[in-house]
Design a protein around this ligand. Structure first.
Ligand code: DAH
Length: 339
């Protein structure tokens, strides 16, 4: 028995291999369940008990060395790729999965692009704001409910530090720094203390627009928004402006577009009215211009603000706003864009 073990040991020591395949054959030949070493182990079971101690030690040692030796041979070939198959350069490469843009980014880029064609540039402001830029400079009365803890996330009180509830605050930031003419849009995140549901979220996105110059009129506002609606939702889209109220614009309006789904005939998206609301707008209130030291006798302007989620939901017929924030790849992968 000891001789056989020695012989096998010598046999294994002499082995050389040229490829990973050969090394694998060796592993099967010597180390597998039916391999040569296993044969010896089986034979070992039949030898007289008094020899077992001595023979067992030699056998175990040989087995451990052989296993190491053969595994090392295999490892060498795993690292150096002499395997012909892996060098076949004619094989097609493995596909790299491309990412896709988030639908909100697609629509934001599209909005920016449409207004860029009208000469609007892009500006941004901070998400963490103060009372002055979010409310006071926008003509919000002291007791306005939007200033309430119920609607606004406050970080600190006295002096107020808060998360902006709308991108209108960027109007103030821009007017502080820049003199008219101003023709800009401000995309960004906003925060409101709202219960999360299919239609509302505590974090969402808006795009704000501001145009200030001499002789800017309501007709300019209407034409700008009509152009935007047609570019965004299609040539056949119609708009209507309904009188509304915002502290920072006078007069103020809300804009509806003809329902993108039924074309105005009536369906459950437009609640059978044929119209869906997409934004708020108006002529910048002279108080707001004066707060930022812009001469309201010389200059007039218009402003508008829209929710990107709302526009995206209409455009892609998405029924639940929460889908935008879950980042389930099965959802986000469905959107491809050039922008
Ligand atoms: N800031 C408003 C909101 O969050 C939207 C808005 C309305 C913005 C009218 C405007 C505007 O610039 O003129 O609901």
């Amino acid at each position: 028995m000891l001789d056989k073990i020695k012989a096998l040991q010598d046999e294994i020591k002499k082995i050389t291999v040229q490829s990973a395949d050969e090394a694998e054959h060796l592993r099967i030949k010597y180390l597998s369940k039916k391999g040569k070493i296993s044969e010896l182990v089986n034979e070992f079971r039949t030898i007289p008990n008094e020899q077992k101690r001595e023979v067992g030690q030699v056998l175990n040692k040989m087995k451990a060395e052989a296993t190491d030796f053969i595994n090392n041979l295999k490892a060498e070939f795993a690292n150096t790729k002499t395997d012909e198959k892996s060098e076949d350069f004619t094989l097609p490469g493995s596909l790299m999965k491309l990412g896709s843009r988030h639908p909100l980014s697609i629509v934001r880029n599209e909005i920016v692009d449409i207004f860029a064609r009208l000469g609007f540039n892009v500006a941004e402001g901070p998400e963490i704001e103060d009372d002055f830029h979010v409310f006071t400079a926008l003509n919000f009365p002291e007791e306005h409910p939007a200033r309430d803890m119920q609607d606004t996330f406050f970080i600190e009180k006295d002096p107020d530090v808060l998360l902006r509830t709308h991108t209108s605050s960027v109007q103030v930031r821009v007017m502080e720094k820049q003199r008219p003419p101003i023709r800009s849009i401000f995309p960004g995140r906003v925060f409101r203390n709202e219960a999360i549901s299919a239609r509302a979220h505590c974090i969402f996105h808006q795009v704000e627009g501001l145009y200030i110059d001499e002789n800017v009129s309501f007709a300019d506002l209407k034409q700008t928004l009509l152009y935007f609606a047609k570019e965004m939702f299609g040539e056949k889209t119609e708009i209507r402006l309904r009188p509304s109220y915002f502290p920072f614009t006078e007069p103020s309006a809300e804009m509806d577009i003809s329902c993108t789904l039924c074309g105005g005939k009536g369906c459950n998206v437009c609640k059978y009215t044929g119209w869906v609301e997409i934004l708020g707008c108006g002529m910048v209130d002279p108080h707001v211009l004066e707060y930022s030291n812009i001469d309201s006798e010389k200059y007039t302007g218009f402003a508008f603000g829209m929710g990107i989620e709302r526009i995206t939901m209409l455009k892609y017929q998405i029924k639940d706003i929460r889908l935008f924030f879950e980042n389930d790849v099965r959802f986000v992968e469905q959107f491809k864009s050039a922008l």
